[in-house]
Design a protein around this ligand. Sequence first.
Ligand code: ZN
Length: 336
Amino acid sequence: MPFRTIIGHRRLISLVSRAIARETLPPALLFAGTAGIGKRRTAVAIAQAINCLQPVTGEFDKDACGECASCRRIERGVHPDVIVIEPGDSGTIKVDQIRDVIDRAGYRPFEGRRRVVIVDEADAMVPPAQNALLKTLEEPPSASIFLLVSSMPDALLATVRSRTPRLRFGILAPSEVAEALLRDHGYADVDARAAAADADGSIGRALEAQSVDLTDARALAQRMLEQSARTSDPARRIESAKELIAKKSSAATERDQLAVCLRVMASLLRDLGILANRADVRSLANADLQGPLSRLAETFDSERSMRAFGAVDRALGALERNASPKVVADWLVLQL
Ligand SMILES: [Zn+2]
């Protein structure tokens, strides 16, 4: 994960990269900023840039190649000179973990140029662990660098904070969050943009929110289908269409929101087809809804499910061609 592949934080990374090239990087640093924006990744990229066997220049003064044995071992977390400490099952970083790393930091690096110690979620260090680290932060062994990563830096002891210059990581732009979701997390374009719009500049938050949003979208899609099963009255159906485009989040657009809901509805309809045809229920995508879907399948027989599936597909196509979400939603509820 070289610098050039990290999304966002260009200015900060430029400064760090220049310091590495000039060998002026301070021996201890505190990476502060919201969770889920790339602080730990940047710390690992620093370890790579320092210890890479064939460093490159280009966008940055010094960057890792990402391919040599050293880069690959750091990426896999098995480089003997790059140590990552993080909270254990207890949710805290214990004094023994810190003592162990201090002992190891006293020796010369085994393979690399400098040993890099990354303390992720550094604020989870219990106070004795922070105190144990203090002396090392005051007089770091010459061949070691300590990178403390924290989204709650003010929870660290003042003595630790005063010995670690702070690098502030800003939040990401929605486009940058979307780029990360697309590239690293297999999101479809429309989902990535919808999730990014609501993530407050944090990739981590977008990933957390995903399940919630999809759950809401699925509940809504299920309600719409149940409503259609109950009534064929056009006025009442149009009334219920309002819910499809009602704003549920500050930033996701009506279009993206409706598209997510329709995609989920298509998956429910596919399952209804399976149930109506008495096909193997193990192929249900929404197996947890088998009860309610079975009841719904009494009205949505095989033919109706197929027809509705086709309508949802056409509605998605219309949305992509920039049709008004309201027009698409009104049209669709009459087809179900
Ligand atoms: Zn390399």
